[in-house]
Design a protein around this ligand. Sequence first.
Ligand code: DGY
Length: 323
Amino acid sequence: MSKPKVFITRKWPESVEAKLKELYDVTLNEYDRPLSAAHFRDALQHYDAVCPTVCDSFPAEVINVPNKRCKILGNFGVGFNHIDINAAKEQGLVVTNTPGVLTESTADIAMTLLLMSARRGAEGDRLVRARQWTGWCPTHMMSSDVTGAALGLIGFGRIAQAMARKAHHGFNMKIYYFSPRAADQHVVDDLDATRCETLEELMQVSDYVSLHCPGGAETHHLINEQRLSQMKPTAHLINTARGDVVDSKALIKALKEKRIAGAGLDVYEGEPDIDEGFLSLENVSLLPHLGSATIATRTAMGEKVLENLAAFFAGQEPPDRMA
Ligand code: DGY
């Protein structure tokens, strides 16, 4: 029997690509070129499985291509707001993702950004590189404490809880969260976590607000001018979730006018294009969507896609089916 034809949209870690070559009639993207909607439509017509990732857009116009051969989108990534899930369902396309394996690395990056923003890490690095540091003095680059401060988490899924563990057990931070669902009692007890009834309450009590909700229509610009105005002027906003959860223009204004102290961002509206307004601000730390970017995590993400494809082609339910 011939092997299923599999299309991989971007370069994956080598060990996973080697397994793909063994198991499937696979087309890789060895030069890691970003592909267009036309490429994706063509792939859906000529391959049994297409494996996109976070930076590939699969709206209805792509998914509804006629004469489809593809039966499964094996997404490399946990977030899937770049795929029109309803269109996929209507077209009978199975969609899978890669939950669980990027929890700790993404929480680590959220904590990194929190520390960078609090302690003005990126700003200090720029100062030293520009040879503008004139030496230690008692009032130079004073910043905010992290240890013992209040951390407010918006969304309280796996990544938020992992960050809360690091923050609470490592930095003695007081944990608040806002989520549609109350956390399990053992989690609340372990973290001494307080659930806020409203988002406003969370914005008001937190010294650091970290976003962990999914992207998409429901959370688009959840953090807008009004929400930012509810934060303490000494507070920092951390975003490792999705760029469009934050209204960039409103955040730039709040940072410029020092209505909040700082922000740490790993994700952006319309990334990789970044609003120019961020670039000239000292009080924002910017990372290029590095949340899951450790060798072990990216390899584990690839392995997860392999598990999902293997189950699907064996006629079983894929473990991480989203649609
Ligand atoms: C995901 O998997 O959705 C992450 O954003 C990748 O880091």
